[in-house]
Design a protein around this ligand. Sequence first.
Ligand SMILES: Nc1nc2c(ncn2[C@@H]2O[C@H](COP(=O)(O)OP(=O)(O)OP(=O)(O)O)[C@@H](O)[C@H]2O)c(=O)[nH]1
Ligand SMILES: [Mg+2]
Length: 448
Amino acid sequence: MNEKELQKQLQTKVKKKLEPLFARYKMDFGGIDAALKWKPIVLIIGNYSSGKSTLINELVGQHIQRTGQAPTDDSFTIITSDPGINNVETPGSTLVNDERLPFQHFRGFGEKLISHICMKQVVSPVLENMAIIDSPGMIDATSENDRGYDYMKVLGEFAKIADLIVLMFDSHKTGTIKESYDTIRHTLPEKSGEHRIVFVMSRIDECDSLSDFTRSYGTLCWNMSQMTGRKDIPHIYLTYAPSAVDPNTVAEGWPQERDELIEKIKRAPGFRIGHILEDIDRQVNEVQIVAEAVSEFLNRATRVFWKYAKITVSVAILLFFFGDVVLNAIFSFPDTTLITSIRNSQFSLGNLIIPCALAALTLLIGSFGYSKIAFKKQRKKAMLNGADLVLLNNDYRKNLWRKMETKVKENLQDLKVKDLWSGYGRGMAKIQYFLNNDLKKYYEKIVT
Ligand SMILES: Nc1nc2c(ncn2[C@@H]2O[C@H](COP(=O)(O)OP(=O)(O)OP(=O)(O)O)[C@@H](O)[C@H]2O)c(=O)[nH]1
Ligand SMILES: [Mg+2]
């Protein structure tokens, strides 16, 4: 089975199995669905004028994107190739409404963003099984108003569906721009995996001397470790635009450095299935911890329910037989109690009215008391002390909990007494089965 067929099969299976579970625990299935729908994506991001558009033009072999020294692109441009389509440009308003594409959820970012997304379909062998997204250059924007939409969040959404993220810094502005900082420090770690990001220092031909180059490279490394909070420096690819450089001035080793980056980009489609499984794995683990907390709460609530039920039924039975005796002693009513009527062999159905009414009233008060007081109290306590519902025996679980705690609260808040019997617990078993069987099988398939 080739990768495309495997992706298709995964799409049907995962949708059928996971979508209802995600919905049950109020989780968003859109991310997985989007990744399964379309082709592999390479996202090119970085400082303004770092050479993003130039790199794309050279990779595709055509002048598709405008280039320029000042901030040039203010849009996200999705560039790809589809059979029989040449030079077609589609506006964002069409893209976000096309169910076959993974961009529907961008609708939520508003008109301003939608008018800053477009797709260009060109003829290019490199792009047949891949799309490259050119993005607005990062600037020192400080608020959402500067762009008219939440740039960081939008970038995060693109990062989520990308198989490779190329983060470019030119040799003049090695990582000091606010949006670059926020991207590395917050957006990318939250939305993508470290191994999907490549750091690039571009326009290296503009370093006038070796010492100039060393200074730029050193600054970038320093900033990078500040931003990532890591002591080890990630590999930094070096590149330059051959079109901008006199071939006689190209230093030894540069072409190889550049080829390495180009190869890395071209290999991105090969990682798609692995990434999809990784995303599914991560998100199913997130649903799992929510399901665990919910089902533990329901177990505890069920135990309290039975305690309540036992007490209420016992009181109802007592009142059924002796309630009318007490009434008779205090109010001399009813004239004949149930027990007396049986003892005197004068039993008639009328003697059952008061005992039945007392028993029914007790059951009513009991169930009212449970659902309106006890259940709510227990739910409130669980929401305050959520961590106590799951086992947090390692750092992975602790981090996962931190990430999902709000989702757990959201789920607990909406639980009703009838959910004690609505099969939430079965959701947990289904998730477990998916992780231990289905997902494992798919991992085996891509390894073989
Ligand atoms: N010398 C030299 N110039 C380059 C190189 N790459 C790009 N340029 C020039 O740098 C300028 C910016 O390049 P773009 O490709 O437009 O940069 P960008 O990252 O797309 O910029 P924005 O769209 O504004 O974010 C253009 O004038 C390019 O011709 C390079 O490797 N060397
Ligand atoms: Mg550009």
